[in-house]
Design a protein around this ligand. Structure first.
Ligand code: IPM
Ligand code: MN
Length: 353
């Protein structure tokens, strides 16, 4: 089996970490001997925008559509407003490829010291299922009478029954494969339309999963619980914006934002999934070769899992865990290693396994 991967390194440290993730995929392919892959790299980025006036070519979606997965570094660079770069690239890919699940594991790897005084790797191990195509991120809204005292701005959150039901169903399915504990993130005390609806759908879907114990918690209280009692969490399901915020907090619980990965999935497999680190392009630190590639490598593992190579995915996780335990570490984790040193060490650990 030869997979076709669309590679979009993007901007900043994205370009530095993507090659390290591909090194890990190469090593895992060689060790398992069960698959091969070819890559098509696209230059779409803020630099591309500066030269061509667009973040991606008009036929970008067509070109990526036939690939088995998209592997992305990071998007964003000073000079192009973030809402322009993201609304011309990452967010349209998520929406047009109907990548309605954004899966984000939150796991403190042994060897990494997290920020919580009394909590270690055995306490921080859960998954956030973030809705990824609608909600607060649907892009619906407008602005009239700009710059005048009568200016009006709207940003409308859209919750469809289909969109809400399918993300909840996915989360219940996932909970069934884990500890059968699901927390549905809400804010129905204040958001009396959207989140009351979200809670209703949670209850309707729950009826099909009598073996899963589900509770509902307001996002503010859930944020506090992630810090105070992360060991109580197993699967968390959240709307787009809430999931976005909670997973940066989750990244912090993992000891560094250089660690958390993200899988944007179309579970039906109609479109290729997109795999990326949660972290951004870190323009201030780009070009130094010192960014942590672990999130990108972890995302590569998620990608192999999603395309049907769980053994290779597990090998990459094993390599990552070995390096988490023994180093080398980049600056964010208190070390002096360079991006390539960590990538080489993970690849070597994969080959040694
Ligand atoms: C993420 C990022 C994006 C998001 C931004 C860059 C639009 O923060 O993947 O979490 O909010 O979805
Ligand atoms: Mn985010």
């Amino acid at each position: 089996m030869t997979y076709r991967l669309s590679i979009v390194p993007g901007d900043g440290v994205g370009r530095e970490v993507v090659p390290e993730g591909l090194k890990a995929v190469r090593a895992a392919a060689e060790v398992t001997g069960s698959f091969d892959f070819e890559t098509v790299e696209y230059p779409w980025s803020c630099e591309y925008y500066a030269a061509k006036g667009v973040m991606m070519d008009a036929d970008a979606m067509e070109r990526m559509r036939d690939s088995d997965a998209i592997y992305l570094g990071a998007i964003g660079f000073p000079g192009v407003p973030d809402h322009v770069s993201l609304w011309q690239m990452l967010l349209p890919i998520r929406q047009q490829f109907d990548l309605y699940i954004n899966l984000r594991p939150i796991r403190l790897l042994p060897g990494i010291s997290g920020p919580l005084r009394d909590r270690g790797p055995e306490d921080v191990d859960f998954v956030c299922v973030r809705e990824n195509t609608e909600g607060e991120y649907c892009g619906v809204g407008g602005r009239i009478r700009a710059g005048t005292p009568d200016e009006v701005v709207t940003q409308t959150a859209i919750f469809t029954r289909k969109g809400t039901e399918r993300v909840l169903r996915y989360a219940f399915d996932l909970a069934q494969t884990r500890d059968k504990q699901l927390v549905s993130c809400t804010k129905s005390n204040a958001l009396n339309h959207s989140m009351v609806f979200w809670d209703e759908i949670t209850q309707i879907v729950a009826a099909d999963y009598p073996d899963v114990s589900v509770s509902t918690q307001h996002v503010d209280a859930l944020a506090a619980r992630m810090v105070l009692n992360p060991q109580q969490l197993d699967v968390v399901v959240a709307s787009n914006l809430f999931g976005d915020i909670l997973t940066d907090l989750g990244g912090a619980l993992q000891g560094s934002l250089g660690l958390p990965p993200s899988g944007n999935l179309n579970p039906e497999g109609t479109f290729p999934g997109l795999f990326e680190p949660v972290h951004g392009s870190a323009p201030g630190r780009a070009g130094q070769g010192t960014g942590n590639p672990m999130a990108a490598i972890w995302a590569a593992s998620m990608m192999l899992d999603a395309i049907g190579e769980p053994e290779a995915a597990a090998l990459i996780m094993g390599g990552l865990e070995a390096v988490a335990l023994g180093g080398p570490y980049t600056k964010d984790l208190g070390g002096t290693a360079r991006t390539v040193d960590v990538g080489d060490a993970v690849a070597a650990a994969i080959r040694a396994s």
